[in-house]
Design a protein around this ligand. Structure first.
Ligand SMILES: Cc1cc2nc3c(=O)[nH]c(=O)nc-3n(C[C@H](O)[C@H](O)[C@H](O)COP(=O)(O)OP(=O)(O)OC[C@H]3O[C@@H](n4cnc5c(N)ncnc54)[C@H](O)[C@@H]3O)c2cc1C
Length: 307
C-alpha cells in the first residue's frame, strides 16, 4: 500500500514521550491539515488497525514492543498549533490541539488572563490537557473548555460542548477521537505582573517537589479520594526503589524516573511493587494516572481494579 508522505511505518515512539520509553508505532501519521488527518484515520480503517493520538507524550507509558496500530501526532506547524482570540466581548480563544500548553499559558499570562496559574509547569499539548483535564489542587483545564472540535476514530467530525465532555478528576470523554481545536473561555483577569508572579510561584513549587531533571511521566498513580498517592507511597517506604533503570524518585514518591535505559517492563514492575506496598500498608488500592499503550505481560495487572 502506498503511504502518504506524512505517514511513516515502524517509527520508534520513545522520542515522542517524556519518559523516553516505548517501542515503535505500526504507523506514525503527522498530519498538518484536517484533510490529512481525515486521510490518516481512513488509512487506519483500510489497514484494519486501531488509531490513537499522542500529544506531548507526557502521560504515557508505551510498551517496549510498541503500539501496533496507527498513531496520530498532529503537526504543531499550521492550524493544529495555532491560537487566535475570537471577536466579541467574552474572552474566548480558539487554540489548536497540538499547541504546547506552556506556550498558551505564558501567552495568556502576558495578557493579564488570570486563573491559569495552576497549569504553569504542566508539560504536554493543549489536546492532551483537555483529554486528561490536567491540573492540580482540585482544578482542571476542562473548566476553560467551551467546545472541542473532534475527529472520532470511527469517522466523521463533531463539535462537543464542555458539558458533553464531562470533565472530572484527570478524566474526560475525549477518549474516542482526536481533538483538533478547542474553544477556551477565561473569566478572570489581573495585571500581567501579578499573573506572572503566580506562575513563577507555581513553577517554583513544582521544581522543589518534583524531579524535573530526569525523564518521567509525572504522577504514576491518581490520588485516592481525600488522600495523596505520593504521601501514601512515601509512607510505604517506596522512595528510592529500583527496577533496572527505573527508580522511584527520592523527591516525590509518586514519580518514577528513567535513570537511563529504563524499559516499559521495568517501569511496570516497579509500579506494581509500589501499588502492592500501599495496599499492604494501608489497604488502599491505587489506580494508574499514566496511560498504558501496547502489550506487556505486566500491563494487565496494573490496570486491574481492586481485586
Ligand atoms: C514532569 C511532569 C509534571 C506533570 N505535572 C502534571 C500536573 O501538575 N498535573 C497534571 O494533570 N498532569 C501533570 N503531568 C502529566 C501530563 O503532563 C498531563 O497529563 C498532560 O496534560 C498530558 O498532555 P500530553 O499532550 O503530553 O498528552 P499525552 O501524554 O500525549 O497523551 C495523554 C492522553 O491524552 C490523549 N490525547 C493527547 N492529545 C490528544 C488530542 N489532540 N485529542 C484527544 N486526545 C488526546 C492521548 O491519546 C492519551 O490518552 C506531568 C507530567 C510530567 C512529565
Amino acid at each position: 500500500m502506498r503511504l502518504p508522505p506524512f505517514v511513516r511505518p515502524g517509527v520508534p515512539l520513545a522520542g515522542f514521550t517524556t519518559f523516553g520509553i516505548g517501542g515503535p508505532a505500526g504507523w506514525l501519521a503527522e498530519p498538518a491539515t484536517r484533510g490529512e488527518l481525515r486521510e490518516a484515520l481512513a488509512l487506519a480503517g483500510e489497514l484494519g488497525v486501531e488509531a490513537r493520538v499522542i500529544g506531548g507524550g507526557s502521560n504515557l507509558l508505551i510498551a517496549d514492543s510498541g503500539f501496533p496500530g496507527l498513531v496520530v501526532r498532529l503537526s504543531p506547524r499550521g492550524e493544529f498549533g495555532s491560537r487566535e482570540r475570537l471577536p466579541g466581548p467574552s474572552r474566548r480563544w480558539r487554540v489548536g490541539a497540538a499547541a504546547a500548553l506552556s506556550g498558551l499559558v505564558d501567552h495568556l499570562a502576558g495578557l493579564g488572563v488570570a486563573g491559569l496559574e495552576f497549569l504553569a509547569g504542566v508539560p504536554g499539548s493543549v489536546g492532551g490537557a483537555a483529554r486528561m483535564n490536567a491540573g492540580g489542587g482540585g482544578r482542571g483545564f476542562g473548566r476553560f473548555v467551551v467546545e472541542a472540535e473532534v475527529f472520532p476514530f470511527a469517522g466523521g467530525e463533531l463539535v462537543l460542548s464542555g458539558d458533553d465532555l464531562s470533565f472530572s478528576y484527570r478524566q474526560s470523554r475525549l477518549a474516542g477521537g482526536v481533538a483538533v481545536a478547542l474553544i477556551l473561555r477565561f473569566l478572570e483577569s489581573a495585571s500581567p505582573e501579578a499573573v506572572l508572579a503566580g506562575m513563577r510561584e507555581s513553577r517554583a513549587r513544582k521544581r522543589e517537589s518534583q524531579p524535573l531533571d530526569l525523564p518521567s511521566a509525572g504522577c504514576v498513580f491518581r490520588n485516592p479520594p481525600g488522600e495523596s498517592a505520593g504521601a501514601l507511597l512515601e509512607e510505604a517506604g517506596c522512595k528510592g526503589w529500583r527496577e533496572g533503570g527505573a527508580e522511584v524518585s527520592d523527591r516525590h514518591a509518586n514519580f518514577i524516573v528513567n535513570r537511563g535505559g529504563a524499559s516499559a517492563r521495568e517501569v511496570a514492575l516497579l509500579a506494581g511493587r509500589m501499588r502492592r506496598a500501599v495496599a499492604k500498608a494501608r489497604g488502599v488500592w491505587l489506580e494508574l494516572e499514566v496511560i498504558l499503550w501496547g502489550d506487556d505481560p505486566v500491563f494487565p495487572e496494573l490496570t486491574e481494579r481492586n481485586p
